[in-house]
Design a binder for this molecule. Structure first.
Ligand code: TYD
Length: 202
């Protein structure tokens, strides 16, 4: 019996993670895996409606964190858990580490509140591997500037992203077995080599 694995992609806006998701999905396809690619916030019909609100409406910080987890609850029930139970591989563009980084690090919501929500929503599930694409702030900002109409998060100031990046690195230090921190400022060939190694190890 094949066993599915859950891989999450993380990084601050402009870190370049989205470019690498297709590459990793292709590597897994080449190894004969069935791969589901999904994203947060979103991934379900309801989740995509919540994404629209989260990315464009002003709201209380705690509302933002609660809606992230509400969308996640739906995503787990409808997409992630059934796929893993079938033995499929799931690649998610962001998951709970993003809430710790953005709402915890960037917006400074107490981490204990987020830990309580994490315990509530997925007490027994963690990604098998989390690929954190890390770049210096300047590189991420330059990439963002090239992007079309920025959403609520992309409009944040440099210190928000510095705190978000620090939030990610704190999570990576807390869970060193699960996290793979990838220097996303290096040439793309080197990033691809790093990704090939990680996929082989999984
Ligand atoms: P992102 O994944 O960067 O999508 P795109 O590449 O289309 O811009 O956008 C999602 C945004 O949501 C991103 O700025 C991070 C934010 N976010 C949080 O603040 N908390 C979370 O828990 C998640 C999943 C995302």
């Amino acid at each position: 019996m094949t066993v599915g694995k859950f891989i999450t992609f993380e990084g601050i806006d402009g870190a370049g993670k989205s470019t690498h998701i297709a590459f990793v999905a292709d590597l897994l396809h080449a190894r004969g895996k069935t791969v589901i690619t999904t994203r947060e916030p979103g991934g379900t019909a309801l989740g995509e409606k919540l994404r629209e609100l989260l990315l464009h409406e002003k709201m209380h910080l705690e509302t933002e964190a609660l809606l992230m987890f509400a969308a996640r609850r739906e995503h787990l029930a409808q997409v992630i858990e059934p796929a893993l139970a079938r033995g499929d591989w799931v690649i998610s563009d962001r998951f709970t580490d993003a809430t710790f980084a953005y709402q915890g690090g960037g917006r400074k919501l107490p981490l204990s509140k987020l830990a309580a929500l994490e315990q509530w929503v997925h007490p027994h599930l963690q990604p098998d591997a989390t690929l954190l694409f890390d770049v210096p702030l300047k590189v991420a900002r330059a990439r963002l500037q090239a992007s079309r109409s920025p959403d609520k998060f992309e409009q944040e100031k440099a210190d928000f992203f510095a705190a978000t990046r620090a939030g990610y690195l704190r999570r990576a230090a807390e869970f060193p077995k699960r996290f793979h921190v990838i220097d996303s400022a290096q040439p793309i060939d080197n990033v691809h080599k790093a990704l090939e190694k990680i996929v082989a190890s999984l």
